[in-house]
Every structure is written in C-alpha cells, then in structure tokens.
Write a protein that binds this ligand. Structure first.
Ligand code: GAR
Length: 200
C-alpha cells in the first residue's frame, strides 16, 4: 500500500470524504498516513484525530513552511499528496523537491472560476455573479500553475434559482466533491501502485 498525505486549511469535509472512503474500503490502494493542517484550530484536525490519523500543524505563514512539509513527507514515507481544501499555492520548488504526484480538488469546472484568488466561497460567488447555470468540481494534478495541471475527473452540478454562495457550495460538495476526490485519489494511487509493482 502507498502512503497518502492530505493537506488541509479548513473544515475538512473533503478529508472526511477520504477517511470515509478508506473505512468503506473504496480507497484501498493507499493509506491516509498523514494530515497536514496549515493552521491550528481548524475543523480538519479534529476529523483526523477522530480517525486516528497522524496529524501535524505546520503554519503556512511561517518561514520554512514548504521545507517542513517536505521533511514530514519524508519522515512518513509519503508516496502521493492530496490537497483537500488546502488554500495555499505550492511552489515549483516544492513540487520538484517532492517529486511525486500531488492532486487537488477545486470547486468549479476548470477552466472556469479558477486560478489565483479563486478559492472556497469566492468561487461560488463568482459563478453566481456570472450567471452560469451549471458549475461543478474538478480534481486535477498540481503543477506550478494554480489550478493548471492535467484534469483527472470532473462532475457538473446544476445551479438552482435562488442559490446563495453557501447553498451552491454545499450542493457542489455533496453532489460532486465528496464523491470525486476519493475516486480520483484511488485512481491515482492504484496507478502508482501498479508502477511500483512493475519496477519490483
Ligand atoms: C472545498 O470546497 C474545496 O473544493 C475548496 O475549499 C473547500 C474546502 O472545504 N478548495 C479550493 O477552493 C481550492 N482552490 P473542506 O475544508 O470542508 O474540504
């Protein structure tokens, strides 16, 4: 099995979806070996602790954030990383230093409403402001361009009359994010595992 790290910045409902998929045996090619929270006190930490998953707080605004994350990844022998509501932007140096796949969930249909400045509720505010009738979620590989890496999975979600950013966010999470992220994580882990076995 592979070791998966999950980076979080908020409530951690996407981390929960991954942990639940793991308990149901749907995320089976890798184990969630480490959660990294980029600030103290966020909901995601309690979720990791409840699931008895190793969890570290590494404040993103402090110097040396990326080096500390890389050191934690080495210590836990991490094979792939999942950004599950992680609101920072990882540098090309970090991605090169890790040298293994990193995937991200974004709450829109990329290439709409993505890139720098589009995160969390802001994405749904922008979608409503534009007046789109369909939005959704995307899981993609992370590269040096914010939300610019190769798409792995996407799912569309209808905008309903009277939606607020909050109601739309909730529907996108329920109908798309919480299904898509575990599914994509398993796809990527299974492929990595096959490659690892072929090398042995
Ligand atoms: C999720 O909607 C996730 O897609 C989004 O933040 C929310 C985190 O919720 N991520 C981004 O906007 C990344 N650009 P969670 O902490 O409950 O998983």
């Amino acid at each position: 099995m592979l070791n998966i790290a999950v980076l979080v910045s908020g409530g951690g409902t996407n981390l929960q979806a991954l942990l639940d998929a793991q308990s149901r045996g749907e995320l089976k090619s890798g184990k969630i070996a480490l959660a990294v929270a980029d600030k103290p006190g966020i909901g995601a930490i309690a979720r990791a602790e409840k699931a008895e998953t190793a969890c570290m707080v590494i404040p993103r605004r402090e110097p040396g954030f990326e080096d500390r994350v890389l050191a934690a990844f080495r210590e836990h022998q991490i094979d792939m990383a999942v950004l599950a509501g992680f609101l920072g932007i990882l540098t090309a140096d970090f991605l090169r230093g890790f040298g293994k796949p990193v995937i991200n969930i974004h709450p829109s249909l990329i290439p709409s409403f993505c890139g720098r400045g589009f995160y969390g509720l802001r994405v749904h505010e922008a979608a409503l402001e534009y007046g789109v009738k369909v939005t959704g979620a995307t899981v993609h590989y992370v590269n040096e361009i914010p939300d610019g890496g190769k798409i792995i999975l996407q799912k569309a979600v209808a905008v309903q009359p009277g939606d607020t950013p909050e109601t739309l966010q909730r529907r996108v999470m329920e109908e798309a994010e919480w299904k898509l992220l575990p599914q994509a994580a398993e796809m990527v882990a299974a492929e990595l595992l096959r490659e690892k076995e072929n090398r042995q």
